[in-house]
Ligand binder design. Structure first.
Ligand SMILES: [Zn+2]
Ligand SMILES: [Zn+2]
Length: 366
């Protein structure tokens, strides 16, 4: 099968043939229909990712159809439509046993983060060279083999080239509001960065009943989308000092501020947008090893700086919820897809991401 493989950062990513093993016990073989291209893919391609294990197949926001299941898999069957989940709790570690599935640190999950099965093996090869799927998924490919914990069945009438977004961007943005921050009705919210994840923070804040919702970006097209997704105010960060512009909308600071870019200085600036007792949620992923220069005096006044693992999402809970909200017309997914590209044109998705001019590119793989 064909897959987008990174061997080294100088050569970049190329579409290559990769051999796929049969799924073993507890594993599922999926024919990928579509995969969104996310900033984390670009970070990996640029050599800035802490989860890279080269050679690696890019892609982690996929959906497809189950082709085969290994022994012991009874939750899905061949023919089922599934979203490929960023995280799959192992069910056996101390955190899982305590019900803290988001914090799972069993080998099945911790190895998957680096593209391996629990025993360190992979199901992808080029000759005798092991190839690793990004975060155990590697969905910029025609096929993937993953742990059954990393697939969530969805209704077959939902388009897979839309459903795939629930694999990362939508669950992260929506989960940051519902699970991590637990935004209550009437709360004031600021969202810094309105790309494929930030727009979902905006629409989840709307669903939570937040008001006002201030969307901040330097791209007018994304701000237009943010308005459509539920922002009550939009601020172009190129128009001046962000703190002053937001204060003009919400005097005294916001209850919740979400940073969805991953820039340490911007996180500090986002933290400073909160009122006393307010909460800053860091949704973006800062470069490995970076530190955040927060104002300690502001921290004193009961402000909270929260991290989140992909929107504190539990795939088996959050992906069906997203699908229900989408089906009910309450969560917008279709308009998140700015362009669709065939697998051979995957590079155009990375070009668009670098130009920051699309919400999401979706690569169709089958
Ligand atoms: Zn992602
Ligand atoms: Zn676990």
């Amino acid at each position: 099968m064909r897959a987008v493989v990174v061997h080294d950062y100088e050569r970049g990513a190329r579409l290559e043939d990769v051999d796929v093993d049969e799924p073993r016990a507890g594993e599922v073989l999926v024919r990928v229909a579509a995969s969104g291209v996310c900033a984390s893919d670009a970070h990996l391609l640029a050599g800035h990712s802490s989860v890279a294990t080269l050679p690696m197949v890019l892609g982690h926001e996929g959906a497809g159809v189950v082709e085969a299941v290994g022994p012991g898999v009874d939750g899905v069957s061949p023919g089922d439509h599934v979203v490929l989940a960023l995280y799959g709790p192992c069910g056996e570690c101390a955190h899982c046993r305590a019900g803290e599935l988001v914090l799972c640190d069993g080998p099945a999950r911790t190895q998957a983060i680096f593209g391996r099965m629990a025993d360190g093996s992979t199901r992808l090869h080029q000759g005798d060279v092991a190839v690793h799927p990004m975060v155990g998924i590697g969905s910029l490919a025609e096929q993937v083999v993953l742990r059954a914990a990393q697939v969530v069945r969805i209704d077959p009438d939902i388009a897979l080239d839309v459903a795939c977004l629930a694999g990362c961007g939508v669950t992260t943005g929506v989960g940051a509001v519902f699970n991590t921050a637990r935004v209550p009705p009437g709360a004031s919210v600021a969202v810094i960065g309105c790309g494929g994840v930030g727009l979902n923070v905006v629409q989840a804040a709307r669903l939570a009943g937040a008001s006002p919702i201030v969307a901040i970006d330097n791209n007018p097209m994304k701000l237009d989308l943010a308005s459509d997704f539920g922002a009550t105010h939009v601020v172009n960060s190129g128009d001046g000092d962000m703190a002053e512009l937001v204060a003009a909308c919400v005097p005294g600071g916001v209850d919740f501020a979400f940073e969805v870019v991953g820039d340490p200085d911007l996180i500090a600036a986002t933290f400073a947008l909160t009122r006393a007792g307010g909460t800053c949620v860091v949704v973006g992923i800062p470069p490995p090893g970076s530190t955040i220069p927060v104002d300690a005096g502001k921290l004193f006044w009961e402000r909270r700086l929260l991290g989140t693992t992909g929107g504190s999402n539990i795939p088996g809970r959050d992906i069906p919820r997203i699908m229900r909200l989408y089906r009910a017309g309450r969560l917008e997914l279709d308009r998140l897809v700015s362009q669709r590209l065939p697998l051979e044109k995957f590079e155009a998705a990375f070009d668009a991401l670098a130009r920051s001019d699309v919400a999401r590119s979706v690569v169709t793989c089958a």
